[in-house]
Design a protein around this ligand. Structure first.
Ligand code: ZN
Length: 499
């Protein structure tokens, strides 16, 4: 339990699956699931696990995923296997992924009891680009949309905020014509993936004025970011009055990101968490982008501490990936000397334009609430099965996990081959992704970060059918269910795709 500034206790539930970091998406691909494991290991070594409840997430079923995605699309995702991927070469040019076998399936999972938490964290979630029938930007299934759909069963208005450097296009598109979800995205705009998120994109039909886009230029720093984030969000909260908040904490907006071009420090990034938390509403915190993985781990560890109202020292504790954090071995990062191309005039002008739009909103639009549909994930049956992934992992068990050599021993150097894929899968060209335009020139720099990742094949031999099977090591799918004090049920599904 953490004590908020208001003196009320905040309960934080944290979701993590130890298998997540085992996915490897190929040499040079900027998206590295290993970053989730690095984050987890770092926050464990800071002792943060003692202050929150840790759960293993539930795996999503196809049925759960079609709550948003089209049946055909999910069927397509499920139908691809390593042995038949050549038959799908045309589609695979757009979406390089696969899944097979029997396991998009949820492991036996019970939803946690409702009204149990104030803040839920899933750093493996936040894949904001996936569309209803299309993969995009390393995302196949949009966990955020699915989570919000669950929230809408209990909440009249849900606020979605996106501080990833890329526009939160998939989430915006899903809720573009409704006033039940307001989407607010702060992102780099102009010759940058995914190309959407213009200031003038404000929603349509009933959703007009319920999409908010803050286009930014290169080099925004902490001071400028705070000077726009707080007033915009204060106005949004005043006008919209949501009863639940989803915050996508993409860490590619940090200074020095492999694909990014902003200049935020971890403290500056975390100010957004701190600020949204201060409204004392049920808060779902998700990951997202983040391609300089040592900084992703630093950032999400620190933001976990912020959620817990706990201060942690700048000196990093020893951890399984300690060598990644050299030469300084500190938690916090310094901004670079890059130019902030967002002048005060520019930022002020955009802010005023957004305020004008926000003033068009009726205060807190009401909706007619209907009978609550069935939850996507059923509550825990009380089954004591040790393998129940939704069961809380006890601290003792967690300590065991920390000590478990096997779990964290896969940190061989990528350069030496290690456990990397031995089979030479033909690379399939993708449609544009976050990495296409931005990643290539920075690819080399990122190679050193690919340490310690199993290949799909070595992984699958250990964990047959535990996760979605991958073609070219490409998919991860998980689902999280948690609850807040207001009866929130959150479903978080994750589909990563890596090259
Ligand atoms: Zn991003």
């Amino acid at each position: 339990m953490a004590l908020t500034s208001q003196g009320t206790k905040k309960k934080v539930c944290y979701y993590y699956d130890g298998d997540v970091g085992n996915y490897y998406y190929g040499q040079g691909h900027p998206m590295k699931p290993h970053r989730i494991r690095m984050t987890h290991n770092l926050l464990l070594n800071y002792g943060l696990y003692r202050k929150m409840e840790i759960y293993r997430p539930h795996k999503a079923s196809g049925e759960e995923m079609t709550k948003y995605h089209s049946d055909d699309y999910i069927k397509f995702l499920r139908s691809i296997r390593p042995d038949n991927m050549s038959e799908y070469s045309k589609q695979m040019q757009r979406c390089k992924f696969a899944q097979g076998g029997d396991e998009v399936s949820a492991s036996s999972q019970g939803a946690l009891n409702k009204q149990q938490t104030d803040i839920a964290i899933n750093w493996a979630g936040g894949l904001h680009h996936a569309k209803k029938s299309e993969a995009s930007g390393f995302c196949y299934v949009n966990d955020i949309v699915l989570a919000i759909l669950e929230l809408l069963k209990y909440h009249q208005r849900v606020l979605y905020i996106d501080i990833d450097i890329h526009h939160g296009d998939g989430v915006e598109e899903a809720f573009y014509t409704t006033d039940r979800v307001m989407t607010v995205s702060f992102h780099k705009y102009g010759e940058y993936f995914p190309g959407t998120g213009d200031l003038r994109d404000i929603g349509a039909g009933k959703g007009k004025y319920y999409a908010v886009n803050y286009p930014l230029r290169d080099g925004i720093d902490d001071e400028s970011y705070e000077a726009i984030f707080k007033p915009i969000m204060a106005k949004v909260m005043e006008m919209y009055q949501p009863s639940a908040v989803v915050l996508q904490c993409g860490a590619d907006s940090l200074s020095g990101d492999r694909l990014g071009c902003f200049n935020l420090t971890i403290k500056g990034h975390a100010k957004c968490v701190e600020y949204m938390k201060s409204f004392n509403l049920p808060l779902l915190m998700l990951g997202g982008g983040g391609y300089t993985i040592r900084n992703v781990a630093r950032c999400w560890t620190y933001e976990t501490a912020v959620a817990l109202d706990t201060s942690i020292p700048n000196e990093l504790p020893y951890n399984d990936y300690f060598e990644y954090f050299g030469p300084d071995f500190k938690l916090h990062i310094s901004p670079s000397n890059m130019t902030n191309q967002n002048t005060n005039d520019y930022l002020e002008k955009i802010k005023q334009r957004l305020f004008e739009n926000l003033r068009m909103l009726p205060h807190a639009p009401g909706v007619q609430m209907q009978a609550i549909p069935e939850d996507a994930v059923q509550e825990d049956s009380g089954d004591e099965d040790e393998d129940d992934p939704n069961k809380r992992i006890s601290i003792r068990a967690h300590d065991k996990r920390i000590a478990c050599e096997e779990e964290f021993s896969d940190s061989e150097d990528e350069g030496e081959g290690g456990r990397r894929n031995a089979a030479s899968f033909k690379k399939v060209k993708r449609a544009k992704t976050e990495g296409d335009k931005e990643g290539e020139e920075k690819e080399k720099k990122g190679e050193e970060e690919a340490k310690g990742i199993y290949s799909f094949f070595s992984f699958s031999s250990h964990h047959t059918c535990h996760f979605v099977t991958l073609i070219s090591f490409n998919i991860l799918n998980q689902i999280t269910v948690c609850n807040t004090e207001l009866g929130l049920v959150v479903v978080v599904m994750v589909f990563f795709s890596y090259l």
